[in-house]
Design a binder for this molecule. Structure first.
Ligand SMILES: [Fe+2]
Length: 362
C-alpha cells in the first residue's frame, strides 16, 4: 500500500501519481478531476501529468459557482450537467487548492446521488503538497484504522471521560463505522488523502452528559484557523443527543452565539464520533491543518450538525439521519477535537488519557 523507498517523488506530478496508485487508478479508467472555478494550475497541471502517465481516460471538470442572491450555495446540484459527468466517472479526484470560493458540500443529496450511482469512487485531497508528503499514509496506519473500524462497526456504546470533567455516553446501535485512510481503492468508497481516523454517526438522540474542551483542545474553524487552540475551557452539555447548554468564559459565550446564528435546530444534534489514528499528524504549530486536527493520533473528534454523508462501500460514509433543512447556508456542522481523553467502547478501554490502549489498535 505504500510507495517503495527506491521510488522518487521529487516532482509534484510524481507525488500525485503515487497518491493515485494507492487508490488503484489504472490505465483506461474514467477519471474526473473535479475543481471549483478558482483553482491552482500548478496543481491541476501536475494531476494532468500524473493521470497521463497512468494512462487514465481523464477529464478536468470545472464546476461553476452557484448562488442564492449574493450568497454561495453548493456548486453541485442534482439538476446540474456536472452531476451526470461525475456519476459516469469511475474515479473522482477533488483537490482543494485556492479555497477562495464555495467548496462542493458532502452533506447533500447531490453528493449522495453521485456516490450511490454504482460505479464510482472518490478521493478528496484537501491538504497542500507539504502536508501530502508529511501525511502520506503508512501501511501500519491503514491496518490499525481498518481494525478499529471493524470493532466500531459492531459497537453499541462509547463512554468518554477526562480529568477536566468530561463524562459522556454516546450510543450507536445499528450504525455503521467509517474510516478515513486516504485510499479510495474500491467501488463506492470515498476517502480523504492524508487523514487517518475511525468514526461513526451515533444515534441522533442518544448522547448524554458533558464534554469538556480543555485549554489546548480545539473547537475548529469557529476560532479561525485550526491552529487557534482554546485558551480556556468550554463545557458542552448534552441531553437526548442534543447540545442543551454551553458553559465557560468568553469563548463559550461566543460559540453559543455562533450556533444560534446558524439558526437551525439540526446544528445542535450529534453528527459523528471517533478517534484519530494518524501518527504523522501534528497538534498545533505552523503546519497544523484540518487533516492533523481530525486525525491526530489518540484524539477524540466529536462534531454536531449534518451527518447524512454516506457511501455504499464498507467503512465509508456516515449514514446518519441529521439532514440539512435548507440549501442555504451551505450545509455544514461544527464541533471539535479533544486530547487527553479516556474512551471505553462497550466496556473495552480504547484510550487512556489520549493514549491508545489495545495493542492491535496502536
Ligand atoms: Fe465533521
Amino acid at each position: 500500500m505504500t510507495i517503495a523507498h527506491t521510488e522518487r517523488t521529487d516532482d509534484l506530478s510524481e507525488l500525485l501519481e503515487a497518491i493515485l496508485r494507492l487508490s488503484k487508478v489504472k490505465a483506461g479508467e474514467r477519471v474526473c478531476l473535479l475543481t471549483t472555478h478558482v483553482y491552482d494550475t500548478r496543481m491541476t497541471d501536475a494531476y494532468r501529468v500524473a493521470l497521463g502517465r497512468l494512462g487514465a481516460d481523464a477529464v478536468h471538470l470545472v464546476v461553476p459557482p452557484r448562488t442564492s442572491g449574493t450568497s454561495w450555495i453548493n456548486p453541485l446540484q442534482l439538476d446540474a450537467y456536472a452531476q451526470r459527468i461525475l456519476k459516469d466517472a469511475e474515479m473522482v479526484v477533488y483537490p482543494r487548492t485556492l479555497r477562495q470560493v464555495a467548496d462542493v458540500s458532502m452533506y447533500t443529496p447531490a453528493y449522495r446521488d453521485i456516490l450511490f450511482s454504482g460505479g464510482v469512487r472518490w478521493l478528496d485531497v484537501m491538504v497542500d503538497e507539504t502536508a501530502m508528503r508529511r501525511l502520506f499514509p503508512s501501511a501500519a496506519m491503514i491496518d490499525r484504522t481498518k481494525r478499529a473500524a471493524t470493532l466500531v462497526e459492531s459497537a453499541q456504546e462509547f463512554h468518554l471521560t477526562s480529568d477536566a470533567g468530561t463524562d459522556l455516553r454516546v450510543r450507536k446501535r445499528g450504525r455503521k463505522a467509517a474510516m478515513q485512510v486516504g485510499v479510495a481503492d474500491e467501488v463506492g468508497r470515498w476517502d480523504n488523502f492524508g487523514f487517518g481516523f475511525v468514526t461513526c454517526a451515533p444515534e441522533e438522540d442518544q448522547t448524554e452528559g458533558v464534554l469538556v474542551f480543555d485549554i489546548g483542545d480545539s473547537l475548529g474553524y469557529f476560532l479561525g484557523p485550526y491552529f487557534n487552540l482554546l485558551p480556556e475551557q468550554v463545557r458542552v452539555y448534552w441531553e437526548k443527543g442534543r447540545v442543551v447548554r454551553i458553559e465557560g468564559g468568553a469563548v463559550a459565550k461566543s460559540y453559543a452565539r455562533f450556533l444560534e446564528r446558524l439558526g437551525k435546530p439540526e446544528h445542535y444534534h450529534i453528527a459523528h464520533f471517533g478517534w484519530g489514528t494518524q501518527d504523522k499528524a501534528v497538534w498545533g504549530g505552523p503546519h497544523f491543518n484540518v487533516a492533523d486536527w481530525e486525525s491526530y493520533y489518540g484524539n477524540v473528534m466529536i462534531h454536531w450538525g449534518h451527518n447524512i454523508f454516506d457511501a455504499p462501500s464498507r467503512h465509508s460514509g456516515l449514514g446518519g439521519r441529521n439532514a440539512p433543512s435548507a440549501d442555504w447556508p451551505i450545509p455544514q456542522h461544527s464541533g471539535g477535537v479533544v486530547l487527553n481523553h479516556s474512551l471505553w467502547m462497550d466496556g473495552k478501554q480504547i484510550l487512556d488519557r489520549g493514549t491508545i490502549v489495545p495493542a492491535d489498535l496502536k
